[in-house]
Design a protein around this ligand. Sequence first.
Ligand code: IPE
Ligand code: IPE
Ligand code: MG
Length: 254
Amino acid sequence: MTDLLTMVDRSKLPKHIAIIMDGNGRWARERGEDRVYGHYEGVVSVREIVDACGELGIDYLTLYAFSAENWNRPKAEVDALMELLVNTIRKEVDDLKKNNVRLHVIGDFASLPEVCQKEMTEAMEITSMNTGLNLVLALSYSARQEILFATRKIAEMAQSGTLKPEDINEDLFQRCLNTAGFPDPELMIRTSGENRISNFLLYQLAYAELYFTPVHWPAFRKQNLYEALLDYQRRERRFGKTSEQIQTDFTPHA
Ligand code: IPE
Ligand code: IPE
Ligand code: MG
């Protein structure tokens, strides 16, 4: 098998990759195992992909690990996922620090179990001086809630007189989102064959290239990521312009 990495153009990499890690349950069921087994194995893929992004020099990797809607799953599965999260962070934090990875969390942080909040806060502090890959975990995340909270914040500023309605622009709005200061993802990957966004980064994905693969998350490996990157690099990102305009434009693949 050719190593797809050799075909990836290092000068045309996205700065930010966002991934909907889907299919853990189906992957486990196909093997006659409990869904939770799929979540455990999904952690192996997370490690691989974090590693690959670090090696490639990607700036931001956002992983959708738990949606606000996922609270509606059976309690036993939710509990197992929260426990897995705590144990994984506890186990991985030293390696994250060593590998120059900085951890961030987006989503409704206060809704997470206390032990989980504590573990995540500590890991964010421990890795806060790192300057390599920014690993953003979306936990109890809902893009609609994020947009609503930003709107509320802006309304409060307007009401208190610290902001004039005509000063509300994209830049201000972005700064009120959970992802304040992060570049928008240029590439969004969803595993497991589902062609939907499921309330993930609705504002930030406005111009992202979407890549859907039938591979279940626990089977997703570095070569699958390189495949997605090669697909991304074959696309022409026009941002509303014509193809002719893009081809005479000398700006790099942005
Ligand atoms: C993704 O896998 C992980 C989470 C949503 C937490 P799923 O658990 O959704 O797996 P499927 O989609 O049921 O196979
Ligand atoms: C989206 O996957 C959320 C995460 C991957 C964490 P789901 O499996 O929950 O999404 P739906 O329900 O199929 O849309
Ligand atoms: Mg799913």
